[in-house]
Design a binder for this molecule. Structure first.
Ligand SMILES: [Zn+2]
Length: 385
């Protein structure tokens, strides 16, 4: 085991209030000691203990690695034409998912593996060190199983999303598809997944269908997440809370009752500003959630149709400018909030014993991530072994 000391940190965000100031546990002129797996020591630069290796942060900001708790990384093809048409006035209805399903079904496993690896490389280069990956672009028993096998090559946070949309061949018999997902498909996919998710919204699955699928998944030992309230106040938030889902994602349309429910639960509200941006929706009410005390996460929702975004810096920039989140709240939501959405307490912070997932920025303050949108200011990403 090798120890490393990161010295000359101008601004260190630990997300551990016992180590520094505020919710971000911030220190200035700090140092950090890691071994291959964990954070060992945090404190003033002048008091840093010796270690096997020294990394000079060169008077820059250091943050915990981002926790991207919502991605659809395993897919083939792209939908740029759909994006262009949408920007020119064609509204989003969710139907474009079928074109990615066709491309993904036709792709070889090597093609899918290569494409996933490339997107994951982009996420990592932007400072993401923990990533959740969903299936959901095959929508057949064998196909979903294959996507989950591929996702497991890249992450431990793997989500079965057989209920992404009803595939074309079942459009006249939705019930049969719901029965397939919560029956034989779940039987095969549950052992390959930590999570189950349903797209509970207009054009996808209604609340009763979603409840049937999620309840079966819970009985099969999976933990739950829900795509909810993206295209309308369609009941996804209430269902997620009812079933104790770890997270309900999108939350673009929220009633006061929805916010009340979230605040009284352990379900995290995960906001996906890249999706709101890419379908030109209005933005989620981040401030309403925060003011009422709900736990908020931010994630990329990287997918080819509605958020082909692999930059957490870009997500932070939108969250700050257009959702009007304070930068520190947004940074917390993209790190510790993402960890809460995955029910993890070992990532998303740099408290003693946390995983050694550290990002050194090429900027004096972390807020440059929002201040300099589009610039690549991640200098070095250190991931735990
Ligand atoms: Zn999604």
């Amino acid at each position: 085991m090798t120890t490393r000391v990161i010295k000359n940190i101008r601004e260190l965000t630990t997300n551990d209030p016992s180590l520094g100031v505020g919710v971000t546990g911030r220190l200035h002129d700090a140092a950090l000691v890691l071994d291959d797996e964990r954070v060992l020591w945090v404190g003033p630069n002048a008091a840093a203990p010796a270690a096997d290796q020294m990394i000079d942060a060169q008077d820059s900001a250091v943050i915990p690695g981002f926790v991207d708790s919502h991605t659809h990384l395993v897919f083939a093809g792209e939908r740029c034409e759909e994006f262009e048409a949408r920007m020119n006035g064609t509204p989003y209805h969710g139907g474009g998912i079928s074109s990615t399903v066709a491309a993904t079904r036709a792709a070889s496993s090597d093609e899918l593996r290569g494409a996933t690896e490339k997107r994951l490389g982009e996420l990592r280069a932007g400072g993401v060190t923990t990533v959740e990956i969903k299936s959901g672009y095959a929508l057949t028993l064998d196909g979903e199983s294959r996507l989950l096998d591929l996702a497991n090559e890249f992450s431990d946070e793997v989500t079965f999303l057989g209920a992404h949309v009803v595939p074309p061949e079942y459009l006249n018999d939705r019930e049969a598809y719901v029965d397939l997902v919560r029956g034989p498909m779940l039987d095969v996919c549950a052992p390959k997944s930590k999570w189950a998710d349903v797209f509970c919204d207009r054009g996808a699955f209604d609340v009763d269908e979603s409840r049937a699928i999620l309840s079966a998944a819970k009985s099969a030992g999976l933990q739950l997440r829900v795509h909810g309230n993206q295209l309308g106040a369609t009941g996804g938030v209430a269902l997620a809370v009812e079933l104790d889902a770890a997270s309900v994602d999108h939350c673009t349309y929220l009633s006061d009752d929805d916010i009340e429910r979230l605040c009284a639960s352990k379900t995290v509200a995960t906001l996906l500003p890249g999706a709101d941006f890419s379908i030109r929706a209005h933005y989620s009410s981040a401030r309403r959630l925060r003011d009422r005390g709900a736990v908020v996460a931010l994630a990329t929702d990287c997918n080819p149709g509605t958020s082909y975004v692999t930059s957490m810096g870009f997500v932070l920039a939108i969250a700050v400018r257009d959702m009007r989140m304070d930068f520190d709240d947004a940074l917390w939501s993209a790190t510790r909030g993402g960890a809460a959405a995955l029910r993890r307490d070992d990532v998303g912070h740099l408290g003693i014993g946390a995983r050694a997932d550290v990002v050194i920025l090429d900027a004096p303050r972390a807020a440059h991530l929002a201040y300099r949108p589009g610039a690549s200011i991640v200098r070095r990403v250190i991931g735990a072994a």
